[in-house]
Write a protein that binds this ligand. Structure first.
Ligand code: UTP
Ligand code: MN
Length: 590
């Protein structure tokens, strides 16, 4: 990941108010010192999503989601970390640091976006100006795409030749590197660099904020492959992006979304006035796709070919959708007649024809049971059991209780049982859903974790630790590991930045394995908020004593089996001395 200076992130966090920012998306109600809302990350009727203005963090007591405003934006808007930082910086009118430098190993993403945007403009210009552009324009016309639609989707043209793009960028080292990183250029084994897209119609893929992140290129003739796509790059992840999302949102408020497979399908439907359409990028539908789509609309219609491959892809889309089916949301499955795709259908039958076909889309129950009936083993001795056992794990994933019950009733019917007779099976299969829920209960609070938690929530108390010589000395050891090392690092950070607040503190651990623990501890509440300084000191003393006792016992145990080395004897004596000291210190303070 690109390195963004932590001071810059600290600065952004201190300028951003979490309440104000979250309020742009959710209705927050004041509740004591905090604000509450219904959680955007799981479905609920009573608010358990808490925002703390003092700590500048949020936590949902229902699903366990928690973090600072950066985490919120990443989760809520499905943005990557650098995208989030960039968006926040933009909001505050700050320019990203090192915007125009590129490092050798980890290019910052901003220059990559710049490069891709320049490529986009270059290719669009070729469609208008290049001497051979008429081939491309002719091709688009013949496929029924008007200039207006082409413009709306910023369609471009990559002419013949190996180095059009490279020449345009004048082949300087920095840009060549960026062209390689963004997949716009390729280097072969002989170290020769050449344009990825040649003699193709280009469809720029834009992210939700309109930035170009990659391209799809269609062959104009019979060249293979028919479609060539940008590879996965630091700014382009096929499993998270959908073609046409930006354009669809720009066209109208989204009431539903049709998900198709091809670039040309999106353009052709849009051309016929069906603008609420996106395409997957040559990959199967992912859970992230579904979550993203449900952020924008509650009705999804997956559109696939009617053949076996289409049905298989649709089933996969169903699997990815089940756990996202909260109340008010629906997915339906539209299967096209053999040999048709959305493009050919809408060309032949117009908007009306496509809408009619859309009306015929199967609801989740119909598709689910049809699919399961076709796939259960018809030779099974007990087909009834086979049906129930196959269906339940799917039905169980549905969070919308009413829809789930409806499906259970249908399952009972198909298995020729009453709903009551089905119940024991349902109970047995229950754990599958339970394990899927996010583990969100309060974590076990060891003394060490108590220390971390108090310090994260009250960074100024680091001064209290500093004034306690034995604790300060302990915290300065260089050989601490695990959570002890974590407290040392937090302590040092607090001392170095006396004004730091909770959300800035936890930010430092974002790419660290301890990040989840840190965010959870930042939200941990205590039985009592009184005398937190004392609680902090006591907890750390407690931990140190425990560790000393453990080490002493280990050494003693070893001493009973074999003789200790001189160093070990030394260590043992030092530990016993230290233990005495800690004990007396601890009793002084209590
Ligand atoms: P299709 O082969 O169904 O193409 O691929 P299409 O969209 O109907 O194309 P036209 O009408 O012939 O122009 C659907 C999608 O699968 C991916 C692309 O994303 C394409 O839009 N694909 C297909 C590839 O990535 N590579 C290929 O060679 C073919
Ligand atoms: Mn097609």
């Amino acid at each position: 990941m690109a390195l963004i200076p932590s001071d810059f992130i600290d600065d952004l966090l201190s300028r951003t108010d979490i309440v104000e920012t979250i309020q742009q998306h959710l209705t927050l109600k004041k509740a004591g010192a905090n604000f509450v809302a219904c959680c955007p990350f799981h479905h609920e009727k009573t608010p358990s999503f808490n925002v703390s203005p003092s700590k500048q963090i949020y936590k949902c007591f229902g699903c366990g989601a928690s973090g600072n405003i950066i985490s919120f934006i990443m989760e809520y808007e499905h943005l990557t970390f650098p995208e989030t930082i960039e968006q926040l910086a933009e909001q505050h009118g700050l320019s990203m640091p090192n915007k125009n430098q590129s490092s050798t190993t980890q290019p910052h993403v901003a220059p990559l976006y710049d490069t891709l945007e320049q490529c986009n403009r270059f290719y669009q210009l070729q469609l208008r100006r290049h001497s051979e552009a008429s081939i491309a324009i002719e091709y688009l016309k013949q496929r029924g795409i008007t200039g207006e639609t082409a413009q709306r989707f910023q369609v471009g043209f990559a002419p013949r030749g190996w180095d059009n793009l490279l020449k345009f960028f004048k082949e300087d080292n920095h840009t060549v590197k960026r062209l390689l990183t963004t997949g716009m250029a390729i280097k072969n084994e002989k170290q020769r660099v050449y344009d990825r897209f040649r003699h193709r119609i280009l469809f720029p893929i834009r992210n939700r904020t309109g930035k170009t992140i990659g391209f799809g290129g269609r062959a104009i003739g019979d060249e293979q492959p028919k479609y060539l796509n940008s590879p996965e790059t630091p700014v382009f992840h096929k499993g998270r992006e959908l073609y046409g999302m930006y354009e669809a949102r720009k066209a109208s408020a989204l009431t539903e979304m049709v998900i198709v497979e091809g670039y040309m399908d999106v353009l052709s439907l849009a051309q016929h006035g069906i603008t609420q359409v996106v395409a997957t990028l040559g990959t199967a539908v992912t859970k992230e796709h579904v979550q993203l789509l449900f952020r924008y609309t509650s009705k999804l219609i997956f559109c696939f070919d009617g053949d076996a491959a289409g049905r298989k892809a649709a089933w996969r889309a169903l699997e990815q959708s089940l756990a996202e089916l909260h109340e008010g949301r629906s997915v339906r499955f539209m299967f096209l007649p053999e040999g048709e795709d959305p493009d050919s259908l809408v060309q032949a039958q117009g908007q009306e024809g496509f809408k009619q076909a859309q009306q015929q889309a199967q609801d989740i129950a119909t598709f689910l049971f049809e699919h399961i009936q076709q796939h259960i083993n018809t030779y099974a001795v007990d087909q009834q059991a086979e049906l129930i056992q196959t269906a339940l794990p799917f039905i169980n994933q549905i969070p919308n209780a009413i829809l789930q019950e409806l499906l259970l009733e249908q399952l009972a019917q198909q298995a020729k049982l009453s709903r009551t007779q089905l119940q024991p099976w349902v109970k047995q299969a229950q754990p599958a859903t339970l394990t899927q829920q996010k583990n969100n209960t309060n974590i076990a609070l060891s003394p060490l974790r108590t220390t971390i938690s108090i310090l994260l929530q009250h960074p100024t108390l680091a001064a209290t630790l500093q004034s306690n010589t034995s604790l300060h000395t302990w915290l300065q050891q260089s050989n601490l590991t695990g959570e002890a090392k974590l407290i040392k690092q937090i302590y040092e950070r607090c001392l170095a930045y006396p004004d730091i607040h909770t959300s800035q503190l936890i930010e430092r651990w974002r790419n660290h394995p301890g990040f989840d623990l840190v965010t959870q501890l930042a939200e941990q509440s205590f039985p009592s908020d009184a005398q937190l300084a004392q609680q902090l000191v006591d907890a750390l003393h407690h931990h140190i004593q425990y560790m000393q006792t453990q080490s002493i016992e280990t050494l003693l145990a070893k001493g009973r089996q074999q003789s200790l080395t001189p160093e070990e004897q030394h260590q043992l004596q030092a530990l016993i001395r230290a233990q005495k000291q800690t004990k007396s210190k601890a009793s002084e303070t209590t």
